[in-house]
Design a protein around this ligand. Structure first.
Ligand SMILES: Nc1nc2c(c(=O)[nH]1)N[C@H]1C(S)=C(S)[C@@H](COP(=O)(O)OP(=O)(O)OC[C@H]3O[C@@H](n4cnc5c(=O)[nH]c(N)nc54)[C@H](O)[C@@H]3O)O[C@H]1N2
Ligand SMILES: Nc1nc2c(c(=O)[nH]1)N[C@H]1C(S)=C(S)[C@@H](COP(=O)(O)OP(=O)(O)OC[C@H]3O[C@@H](n4cnc5c(=O)[nH]c(N)nc54)[C@H](O)[C@@H]3O)O[C@H]1N2
Ligand SMILES: [Mo]
Length: 765
């Protein structure tokens, strides 16, 4: 047997410093600097004329949905164009004038490219042509579309079982693409559908399904106008969902209060200068947070338990702090919850949370006297061993207050990718849904597999162990997004074939299987037409509203295909003509796909008409206070245990977070303006008292080391920065520190990697 030469790939890329500059952390978000930075980015990537055209069409009814986050658009978008600084950066990244074409790949080998930083790789531009990396070769070469489809089909036919295939999805794909992809994967015969939400809001989905009967949030955008209290827990909206600041601003203007629960005092939560308003640019803006509870990392359950305990005491005295009619009518497990809170003393909860008691008392006072409460959260709650319990404890609080199913109240898990929620709704999941399988069988006439598939962490393990051999990714950057970078790299490199359907070059195109394919696809902002007729697709926002998105820009290359077309053509090549599904037609006709979505998935009736304009809401049982699918037809209180980390004297709990200048693994720039860190990403935020204890000085160079299951993992070369963060806690950016996160440590039930609570040691260099 011939053996092919192993490629000499740098999995982690360079770890050199880029020249740090420090300023004081910002005290407000957005305002003029945001407008300035947004315009700098778009002008640099696409020139002035194209920039203004693009920005004016983003998030308007006849335009395209922002490829950034999933925050909903207001029904009446502003005339300026409804976008934020980071939305502008997202679009600049996609609509850039730079190209990664055949010449680029002829010039640079994958070995050479792997020594570029993620920032450099991303900035090289849009992919223009299908490319193949053959076994043993270090240069991608051009390949035709048809040859690519046939290669994938023949490799899939070679597998011993469909379960040797892994099909990843990142959350930018449209409902149409995701539906077709899920359909093909099931027709192929597996449920191996890991997706980015496994690393993201999976804990929310599990917790909300078990307690309220739907894995999505219950609030609508207009609920923020009516809310009396909004709690923002473990989320940094100023950076990751900037348009949410306008909703918080409205809430404040209407007399509402904002409580933020976060180990960091994030600038976006302090004060907001709305760049869409003249006063937002010229005046001092709106103060947002009324109370900041600076909780220690992963002590949210302790904090929430203490709040609930204090509320219960008040309720006993006054009788009307909890909504007893609501509890009686709609819930189960109230007595058990009260009994559980008795187990803990206020003192122990207080110490564990790390929050000042007077601030907790102020919070309790606000919560006692108001019922229209919204709780928003994101990765600060989901990415821990007890991520599911973190969210269940939030649900406990809302149930006690009757803060569900009424205006101004409810759950608000703030989603990440712009269509991550929609992808799940239309069938991207590794779990088996009997209802979905039956509907697919009735509509298409084949029987989908009923064996649970692999999620992200288990797919990595299967590839590592050789149980899976082909990896296909609809978007994303699996290598860098997943935990345990070196283990994940080996897993991908063990595959016979890896396929990436992508818009832009990233590290996952360099750390590949023996054969690798890059299939370049249209971005959301680009005109997608067939036979001269423009097509549109649909997306679902963070609040369960489905609406259309129509690209308008000239595509980055004439040789790009849309995602549904690529998927449909792969399916067509795989099944040839011997299948009940008309893959060829479906790959071209999005209206037909939508007809099928309507037949298979509940709530999509008349989608072809209703998705036009501002769109329609999908059914949501919590809004109707219908808990009929849950045990005893009741919403469920949960007993959650406190988080438990055994942390040694010289160990810290590290959270891996986003800077203001990145979208997940896409590095927009090197400036974390709100935190005052410029031109450098290899930093660690640390409490001054911990620095003193460890005899560390500002800008000392250190390595981070984690020890899980007796294995040492090391992230090298980071600069220490003193910062306002609880003692015992550290923060650094992802993906540089993913190498420290063990692949086999993840949240109970949701299997989400523990990206926000990694036990580490610091080693001075
Ligand atoms: N511009 C931009 N927008 C984005 C993204 C992006 O990378 N860039 N990513 C998108 C995606 S996919 C997602 S999922 C979202 C992510 O949105 P976020 O969840 O806001 O992103 P993170 O940077 O991971 O921030 C987590 C926040 O939680 C806090 N935190 C960490 N640990 C804890 C804890 O134990 N308890 C509490 N209470 N707080 C904690 C951190 O200090 C930080 O403020 O944003 C989406 N939008
Ligand atoms: N340590 C640590 N790790 C984390 C996290 C963390 O907080 N800490 N967060 C996790 C979270 S919340 C998430 S969601 C994951 C993100 O995981 P992914 O979704 O896999 O990663 P992204 O960086 O968003 O993927 C970016 C790539 O997607 C491709 N792309 C962009 N737009 C399109 C499109 O329209 N179509 C197609 N086909 N491709 C496109 C481009 O090639 C781009 O390089 O990372 C997770 N990893
Ligand atoms: Mo995410």
């Amino acid at each position: 047997m011939s053996t092919t030469k192993k490629r000499n790939i740098s999995v982690l890329g360079p770890d050199n410093f880029t020249g740090i500059q420090l300023k004081e952390p910002a005290t407000y978000a957005a305002g003029l600097p945001a407008v300035k930075v947004a315009l700098q980015h778009v002008f640099k990537e696409m020139g002035v004329v194209k920039s203004m055209n693009v920005l004016s069409r983003m998030n308007q009814k006849e335009g395209f949905d922002c490829p950034g986050c999933a925050w909903p658009d207001p029904d009446k978008p502003s005339k300026l164009g409804e976008y934020c600084e980071n939305g502008a950066k997202a679009i600049a990244e996609e609509a850039t004038n730079q190209r990664v074409g055949k010449d680029f790949f002829a010039k640079y080998s994958v070995e050479e490219l792997s020594n570029w930083s993620d920032y450099q790789i991303g900035k090289s531009g849009r992919l223009t042509d299908p490319m193949i990396l053959k076994p043993g070769s270090i240069y991608y070469e051009p390949i035709s579309w048809q040859e690519s489809y046939e290669l994938i089909a023949s490799e899939l036919h070679k597998l011993n079982s469909p379960d040797e295939g892994v099909f990843y999805t990142s959350g930018r794909s449209s409902n149409e693409a995701a539906f077709l992809y899920g359909l093909f994967i099931r027709a192929f015969g597996t449920n191996n559908m890991p997706d980015c939400s496994n690393m993201c809001h999976e804990s929310s989905g599990v917790a909300l399904s078990e307690t309220l009967g739907i894995g999505k949030g219950s609030v609508k955008l207009e609920d923020f106008d009516k809310a009396e209290v909004v709690m923002v827990i473990g989320q940094n909206p100023g950076t990751n969902h900037p348009r949410m600041l306008s909703a918080l601003q409205k809430c404040k203007e209407n007399g509402g209060k904002v409580i933020s629960v976060n180990p960091l005092e994030e600038a976006g939560l302090i004060r907001f200068k709305n760049p869409q308003e003249v006063k937002g640019v010229l005046a001092s803006g709106t103060a947002l947070t009324d109370i900041h509870l600076q909780v220690k990392i992963n002590q949210d359950v302790a904090l929430l338990k203490l709040i609930i305990k204090k509320l219960a005491k008040l309720d006993k005295e006054k009788g009307n702090v909890f909504d007893h009619t609501f509890i009686e009518t709609y819930t189960q497990g109230y007595e058990e919850l009260l009994a559980d809170t008795q187990q803990y003393s206020e003192e122990e909860l207080l110490v564990q949370s790390g929050v000042a008691e007077n601030l907790i008392n102020e919070t309790v006072d606000l919560l006692a006297n108001n019922n229209k409460i919204i709780i928003c959260w994101a990765m600060g709650l989901t990415q821990h061993k007890n991520g599911v319990d973190n969210i269940k404890e939030c649900v406990n609080l809302l149930l006690l207050k009757g803060s569900l199913g009424k205006p101004g109240a409810g759950t608000c898990p703030v989603r990440g990718h712009s269509n991550v929620q929609g992808d799940r709704t239309v069938g991207i999941m590794h779990h088996v849904s009997a209802a979905l399988n039956t509907a697919i069988e009735n509509t298409f006439g084949f029987t989908p597999p009923d064996k649970e598939g692999l999620d992200t962490v288990h797919a990595i393990e299967a590839m590592y162990e050789g149980r899976a051999k082909i990896f296909i990714a609809l978007g994303g950057n699996f290598l860098s997004a997943a935990s345990d970078t070196e283990y994940t790299a080996q897993a991908l490199q063990n595959c016979d074939l890896t396929v990436a359907i992508s818009t832009k070059l990233n590290r996952s195109h360099l750390v590949t299987g023996k054969t690798a394919l890059i299939l370049p696809t249209l971005g959301r902002s680009e005109l997608d037409s067939k036979n001269g007729k423009p097509r549109y697709f649909t997306v679902e926002n963070s609040m369960g509203k489905v609406h259309q998105s129509k690209g308008l820009l000239k595509p980055a290359s004439d040789n790009l295909k849309s995602e549904p077309e690529i998927i449909g053509k792969i399916a067509d090549a795989y099944f040839k003509t011997e299948h009940k599904v008309d893959w060829k037609n479906l790959s071209e006709d999005y209206e037909l796909i939508r007809d099928k979505i309507q037949q298979v998935i509940k709530g999509f009736d008349d989608i072809n008409n209703r998705s036009k304009g501002s769109g329609f809401y999908l059914p949501n049982n919590v809004r109707e206070l219908d808990f009929s699918k849950l045990p005893n037809q009741k919403a469920q209180f949960s007993i959650c245990s406190l988080s438990n980390h055994s942390i040694g004297e010289d160990e810290f709990l590290l959270m891996t977070i986003r800077s203001h200048d990145q979208f997940n693994t896409t590095i927009y720039g090197l400036n974390d303006r709100y935190r005052g860190v410029f031109n450098e990403r290899r930093i660690i935020l640390m409490n001054q008292s911990d620095m003193d204890k460890m005899s560390l000085n500002k800008l000392d160079v250190v390595n981070l080391i984690s020890h899980y299951d007796n294995k040492e993992r090391k992230a090298e070369n980071f600069l220490i920065l003193p910062y306002n963060i609880p003692s015992g806690n550290l923060a650094s950016y992802f993906p540089e520190t993913n190498v420290l996160i063990p692949y086999n440590h993840y949240a109970d039930k949701s299997n989400t990697p523990i990206s926000k609570s990694v036990v580490v040691k610091i080693e001075k260099v």
